[in-house]
Design a protein around this ligand. Structure first.
Ligand code: NI
Length: 162
């Protein structure tokens, strides 16, 4: 296992679309292991393969409840809304408030190639959306909540002071 270099803002690879994973071979499993190691080393809660320079549709996530590996992931269901500050290992030191679903269901393959479904709420839902966006070359800075959304959300959730 090895810690790989995380591509940072301005690196054009971050805007590219990743390709589906077809071979679950040794080389790919090593990539997944390295991604996990790199994420933990950087103290992040998610990392997409493109962030270590590999255009494959694979992400690792750990929001504190254990490691999740999603290969060729697709969001198949989403509900609700959440507005929270979000950051990215490729944009160190920056944060922005994004509008994300409160719940998502994701269909993906695990490291054995088996198709499974994962459900996530709150932070996990946000991490899943953020990482899956990376696979389409989208950064959270393209998901910043517009002023109207912030105002509407505050009206609908008066208990949340921001
Ligand atoms: Ni990110």
């Amino acid at each position: 296992m090895a810690i790989r270099n995380i591509r940072k803002k301005g690196d054009p690879i971050l805007k590219l679309k990743s390709r589906p994973v077809e071979r679950f071979d040794e080389r790919f499993l090593t990539l997944l292991d390295d991604m996990r190691e790199t994420m933990y080393h950087a103290d992040g809660c998610g990392l997409a393969a493109v962030q270590v320079g590999v255009l494959k549709r694979a992400v690792v996530i750990d929001v504190g409840d254990g490691l999740i590996e999603l290969i060729n992931p697709e969001i198949v269901e989403k509900r609700g809304e959440q507005l929270e500050a979000e950051g990215c290992l490729s944009l160190p030191g920056e944060q922005g408030i994004t509008l994300r679903p409160q719940y998502v269901k994701v269909r993906a393959q695990d490291r054995t190639g088996t198709v499974r479904e994962w459900e996530g709420e709150n932070l996990l839902a946000r991490a899943m959306c953020h990482e899956i966006d990376h696979l389409d070359g989208i950064l959270y800075t393209q998901r910043l909540a517009p002023k109207e959304a912030l105002e509407r959300f505050q009206k609908e959730h008066p208990e949340m002071e921001r």
